[in-house]
Design a protein around this ligand. Structure first.
Ligand code: DMJ
Length: 400
C-alpha cells in the first residue's frame, strides 16, 4: 500500500519495544492469530529477519500451554512465567475448539522457518485427538477438556467458539498446495454434518446456519458466523463436481443473508447477532445484540465471493459498507464501534479494535484490487487476514 514511513516506524517498534516477557494474562489464540500471524506475514512480504526472529521467539513462549495430559493447549498463558490455565468462563476447565483449532497454519510455518518440528508436532497431535473422538451426528462441540479429552458441553456453532477451526481445515489443505488430504477430509465431513443439521431456510427464504445446543436448534447467526460464506466459496472452488455448485450456491445464499442483516438496519451496518424466530428475519431481537464493533466477517465474504465469481453486487455491497463506516464510525482519532445499528445517530463505543485495520480495511482494499494483489492461488489468509504463502514446492516443508 506504499505506506513506507509507517512500515519503518512499526519495524523500529518491533525491534526495540516489543516486549515478549509480559507478566499477565494473554490468550494463546489471540497471540497466535494477531501477533505470530502478523509477524510471519510481514516476514514473508518483506524478507526482513527481525519479524521471523520475533515470531519464533513468541512461538517458543506459547509451548508451555501444551503441557496437558492430552496435549490440547489451555487457553490462557503468562508469557513471562510460562504458567497456563483455562478461561474462567469456559465450563469445567475446558479448552475452546476455535482456539486450539486455530493454530495449524502459523505453527507449520514456525516449524518450517526454524527447522524445529516441535510446533508441527503440537498441531498434528491436536488433529489426532480430534480424529479419535466420537462426534455427535458428525458435529464438533465447542468445549473440550484438555485433561480427559472429552467434550464438555454439546454446543455447536459455526460462529463464535467454533468458527476458525473449520476455516483452518480448508486453509491447511490449500496452504499445503492441496496435499494435506487429512485436513480436506475433516473439512468435507464437518461441512456435510453442518449442511445436514444446521443449515436452515427462513419463511422469507433466507438461508442461515443455526447453532445447536444439546440437540436443540437456536435460530440465531452471529456476525462472526458470516465469515462462512467466504470459507464455503473457497472450499467449493476445489470440491468435486457434485458438491461444487451446491456449495457455491450455499456460500452465495449465506452471504446474501449477511448482507440482509446490514441492509435491514438504519446504519447499513450489521448487528452482533441476528435471529430467525418470533417473526424476526436477519435482525437482532435483543438489545444486547444490536452493536457493531467494526467486525470484518461480512466484507471478508464479499471479498472471497467477488474474487471467485466477479459478480458486481459484491463490490456494490462492499461500497455500501465503506459509506456506512464513513458516516457512522469515523471519529476524530480513527474509527469507532457503535452501540446500536438500528438508530440513525448511534453512540460510539470509543474503541477501534485491531481487527479493523488487520481485516476489515484489508478485505475492503482487496475487494477493490485486481485479483493478482495477494492472489488466492499463492496466499492463504490466516483468521486475522495476515497472508501466509502457499507451499508450492515439496522440498522445504514440514507436512504431516
Ligand atoms: C478476528 O479476531 C478473527 O477473525 C477471529 O477468528 C474471530 N473474529 C475476529 C474479528 O471479528
Amino acid at each position: 500500500m506504499e505506506l513506507e514511513e509507517e512500515f519503518q516506524e512499526a519495524k523500529k517498534w518491533v525491534e526495540k519495544s516489543f516486549d515478549l516477557n509480559v507478566n499477565g494474562e494473554a490468550s494463546l489464540f489471540e497471540v497466535n492469530i494477531r501477533y505470530i500471524g502478523g509477524l510471519l506475514a510481514t516476514y514473508y512480504l518483506t524478507g526482513e529477519e527481525v519479524f521471523k526472529t520475533k515470531a519464533l521467539e513468541l512461538g517458543e513462549k506459547l509451548l508451555p500451554a501444551f503441557n496437558t495430559p492430552t496435549g490440547i493447549p489451555r487457553g490462557v498463558i503468562n508469557l513471562g512465567s510460562g504458567m497456563s490455565w483455562s478461561w474462567g468462563w469456559a465450563s469445567a476447565g475446558s479448552s475452546i475448539l476455535a482456539e486450539f483449532g486455530t493454530l495449524h497454519l502459523e505453527f507449520l510455518h514456525l516449524s518450517e522457518l526454524s527447522g524445529n518440528p516441535v510446533f508441527a508436532e503440537k498441531v498434528t497431535n491436536i488433529r489426532r485427538v480430534l480424529n479419535r473422538m466420537e462426534k455427535p451426528q458428525g458435529l464438533y462441540p465447542n468445549f473440550l477438556s484438555p485433561v480427559t479429552g472429552n467434550w464438555v458441553q454439546h454446543h455447536v456453532s459455526i460462529g463464535g467458539l467454533g468458527d476458525s477451526f473449520y476455516e483452518y481445515l480448508i486453509k491447511s489443505w490449500l496452504m499445503s498446495d492441496r496435499k494435506d488430504s487429512e485436513a480436506k477430509k475433516m473439512y468435507d465431513d464437518a461441512l456435510e454434518a453442518i449442511e445436514k443439521h444446521l443449515v436452515k431456510k427462513s419463511a422469507g427464504g433466507l438461508t442461515y446456519i443455526a447453532e445447536w445446543r444439546g440437540g436443540i436448534l437456536d435460530h440465531k447467526m452471529g456476525h462472526l458466523a458470516c465469515f462462512s460464506g467466504g470459507m464455503i466459496a473457497l472450499g467449493a472452488e476445489h470440491a468435486g463436481a457434485e458438491r461444487r455448485q451446491r456449495h457455491m450456491d450455499l456460500a452465495a445464499e449465506i452471504t446474501n443473508t449477511c448482507h440482509e442483516s446490514y441492509a435491514r438496519s438504519d446504519t447499513k451496518l450489521g448487528p452482533e447477532a441476528f435471529r430467525f424466530d418470533a417473526g424476526s428475519e436477519a435482525m437482532a431481537t435483543r438489545l444486547s445484540e444490536r452493536y457493531y464493533i467494526l467486525r470484518p466477517e461480512v466484507v471478508e465474504s464479499y471479498m472471497y465471493l467477488w474474487r471467485l465469481t466477479h459478480e458486481p453486487k459484491y463490490r456494490q455491497w462492499g461500497w455500501e459498507v465503506v459509506k456506512a463506516l464513513e458516516k457512522h464510525c469515523r471519529v476524530e482519532a480513527g474509527f469507532s464501534g457503535i452501540r446500536d445499528v438500528y438508530t440513525t445517530n448511534p453512540a460510539h463505543d470509543n474503541m477501534q479494535q485491531s481487527f479493523f485495520l488487520a481485516e476489515t480495511l484489508k478485505y475492503l482494499y482487496l475487494l477493490f484490487s485486481e485479483d493478482d494483489v495477494l492472489s488466492l492461488d499463492d496466499w492463504v489468509f490466516n483468521t486475522e487476514a495476515h497472508p501466509l504463502p502457499v507451499n508450492h514446492t515439496d522440498s522445504n516443508t514440514v507436512q504431516q
